[in-house]
Design a protein around this ligand. Structure first.
Ligand code: ZN
Length: 441
């Protein structure tokens, strides 16, 4: 792992030289407006050796220059996790940061997404977050990233501060699709490390994923419980997060107490409305002892990992850290292992064991219910008698209607044979997945 990482970094440096010219054009290089001593705290880590530095690390001024001038980071998500990440990265010396978030700012974000103010409600998160960091940290250049999957290759490291497992899996699949294999050997220069942070209630995790080398998101999919979107009972009786409190005030207290009269809709641009929601949310949070400390801890851990990988000064996390702040504080790290038959990163089509008399519905249920696949709305196609045939597709109403009768047909009736390949597309991955049908008797 250690050696591999080192060679990965060397490969990256090589690629960096090739990309530098491109970046100059992008206007990312040559900034000099830093303040005196701005990076002294970082130099202490990079310009001398220590008991915890990487065995292959050679202190120099180059690493800092690489961070300041060349290293391009993509931060995905500018919400509760992303705000903290952007601040930490920018203060650590990363100046070429792009940030992507499709959301606009909502009044309920203001209590912990600290780069936003009430005047920003309704504006795009990525733009406001970028402006805030750029104004606050001299020389830093955060740019909102116009989402374009074809441009991911430009980045050295991608950091995810997402609250959606589907989006995380999609990103994981995207980075896996960028890997280049020559005669079956992975080209280390094609690897873009993914640092992934996640929180749920008072639990958090930070992990380092080297696509194609270490365990990917789908390798450990069984770790994720099915996702819950703020069930009403949580908001009403068991809030655990600051936003549960805000949601409670917005959804339940506002219509009940009618603070500004009957029929007055909550206006996110009205400071008095926001103040009311804020006060009530604070009261609610105090009642349930809720604070946001866990987010900061997780995101600080993610930014540290970016720093370690970019500078090669310290051995990166190998590769999964969790901490739990539910009852006292508990944290540990472990190595999540690659799954040999991972549907995302194993490079081999997975076997589907079904009887020829099984119905297509059973196959569909397997795709959605299996803990290791957890697909959302799989579309299944196969080549039958030389023709590409859509067996079932849910996302387009007219096709769903046309293919629905197939669900109650058996695999044999559909003309599928033993060894047949099924191509399956789903929102959880940008690539079509291949499965091989193995008939059981
Ligand atoms: Zn995997």
């Amino acid at each position: 792992m250690k050696l591999l990482l080192f060679s990965l970094f060397r490969e990256k440096k090589r690629r960096v030289v090739e990309l530098t010219e491109k970046m100059m054009v992008d206007g990312f290089s040559g900034r000099t407006c830093e303040s005196e001593g701005q990076w002294n705290h970082i130099k202490k880590f990079l310009e001398r050796s220590g008991p915890f530095t990487h065995p292959d690390f050679e202190p120099s001024t180059e690493s800092l220059q690489f961070m300041l001038e060349t290293c391009k980071i993509l931060v995905i998500g500018a919400g509760g996790l992303g705000c903290e990440l952007l601040k930490d990265l920018a203060l650590s010396g990363f100046r070429n940061i792009q940030v992507v978030d499709m959301d606009t700012i909502d009044v309920s974000n203001l209590n912990r997404q600290f780069l936003f103010r009430s005047k920003d409600v309704g504006r795009p998160k990525a733009n406001v977050a970028a402006d805030f960091i750029n104004n606050r940290i001299p020389g830093c250049c955060v740019v909102p990233y116009p989402f374009n999957a074809n441009l991911f290759f430009k980045f050295h490291i991608i950091v995810c501060g997402l609250d959606s497992i589907i989006a995380r899996r999609w990103m994981n699949g995207m980075l896996l699709s960028l890997l280049v294999y020559e005669d079956g050997v992975l080209d280390p220069g094609s690897i873009i490390p993914l640092i992934d942070g996640g929180t749920e209630g008072f639990k958090g995790n930070a992990r380092v994923i080297l696509p194609g080398m270490s365990a990917c998101v789908d390798c450990t999919l069984e770790l994720y419980p099915p996702q819950v979107n703020f069930p009403m009972c949580t908001i009403a009786s068991m809030p655990r997060l600051p936003e549960h409190c805000v949601e409670y005030v917005r959804m339940l207290l506002w219509p009940k107490e009618k603070p500004f009269g009957d029929g007055v809709v909550l206006d996110g641009d009205d400071p008095e409305h926001i103040q009311w929601v804020y006060q009530r949310s604070l009261e609610r949070a105090a009642e349930f002892n809720i604070t946001g400390v866990t987010y900061r801890l997780t995101q600080a851990a993610c930014a540290t990992e970016v720093f370690k990988i970019a500078t090669n000064a310290y051995i990166p996390l190998n590769n999964y850290m969790v901490f739990n702040d539910v009852d006292g504080l508990y944290t540990y790290a472990f190595e999540a292992e690659r799954k040999e038959n991972c549907s995302a990163c194993s490079q081999v089509p997975l076997d589907l064991n079904f009887c020829p008399c099984s119905k297509l519905q059973e196959v569909l249920d397997y795709f959605t219910d299996s803990a290791s696949l957890q697909m959302k709305s799989p579309a299944i196609t196969a080549t039958v008698e030389g023709k590409n045939k859509t067996l079932y597709l849910q996302s387009v109403a007219s096709i769903e209607q046309r293919t629905r009768p197939n669900l109650s047909k058996t695999l044999k009736e559909l003309g599928l044979s033993d060894g047949q390949e099924l191509a399956v597309a789903d929102v959880t991955t940008p690539q079509t997945m291949l499965f091989r049908l193995c008939f059981t008797t």
